[in-house]
Design a protein around this ligand. Structure first.
Ligand code: UDP
Length: 238
């Protein structure tokens, strides 16, 4: 069997990816399927860190949060990511993968705090690290947390798992002629006004020359194909 293309990756999972077809929350079958994909990769010896979103439980800018102080709503969003991280780590335990949740917000009775050397140690020990609570700061997103943690742990790539299978020339739901990019440079993505990640996350990856692979987490075997360096999704590079 050929070797994985990467030794250490940062996987960004949106909260929505855990919902399946449900309107909110965590769908059991969906999280189990996703964790099975993650376990397969971890068992290859690829060092895997995950940033999990919280949009399936709470989004700071959502209508439900209207009228709320933005920072307060964002802290609620970050706490939602902690719930998702706990669910993810627990589901991983069920399939024999040791995961450690590290939170950017102090919440020690529940999960350990994010300490960079400790995260690096866990990765070297072959444990999956789940980064919770985003960056720990309001007005940011978990995409930015993915870019930040990815840079901090010297990940070779940020894998942005979405519901679409990559970056298109236009919205494929609206434009039947939209085509998928195999690869695209950061500069071209900006010039063509393509939304890959939010602007802060995108700028950080670009500055750090940290490539981003956008792919569909709902497509069977896609994560493994990405890890093996096969033709899957869109690679955004310098
Ligand atoms: N959030 C935040 N700072 C961060 C990360 C997240 O304030 O560093 C809040 C923000 O309110 C956001 C919510 O947490 O709407 C959930 O995160 P995100 O929208 O990135 O989750 P996803 O869309 O990936 O599920």
């Amino acid at each position: 069997m050929s070797k994985p293309a990467y030794k250490r990756v940062l996987l960004k999972l949106s909260g929505e990816a855990l919902m399946g077809d449900d309107p909110y929350g965590i769908n059991r079958a969906t999280i189990e399927r996703m964790v099975a994909d993650v376990a397969e990769v971890a068992k290859l010896g690829v060092e895997l860190a995950i940033v999990i979103g919280g949009g399936n439980i709470f989004r700071g800018v959502a209508p439900g949060a209207q009228g709320m102080d933005r920072a307060t709503a964002d802290y609620m969003g970050m706490l939602a990511t902690v719930m998702n991280a706990l669910a993810l780590a627990d589901a991983m335990r069920h399939v024999g993968i040791t995961a450690r949740v590290m939170s950017a917000i102090g919440i020690e009775q529940v999960v350990e705090p994010y300490v960079r050397p400790k995260a690096l140690q866990y990765l070297e020990e072959g444990k999956v690290v789940v980064f919770a609570a985003g960056t720990g700061n309001p007005f940011f997103t978990t995409d930015t947390a993915a870019a930040l943690r990815g840079s901090e742990i010297s990940a070779e790539i940020v894998l942005k798992a979405t519901k679409v299978d990559g970056v298109y020339t236009a919205d494929p739901k609206k434009d039947p002629n939209a085509t998928l990019f195999n690869t695209i440079t950061f500069d071209d993505a900006i010039a063509k006004h393509l939304q890959v990640m939010d602007a802060t996350a995108f700028a950080l990856c670009r500055d750090q020359k940290l490539p981003i692979k956008v792919f569909s987490i709902t497509k069977p075997g896609a994560l493994m194909r990405v890890i093996m360096g096969e033709d899957e999704g869109t690679l955004v590079h310098v």
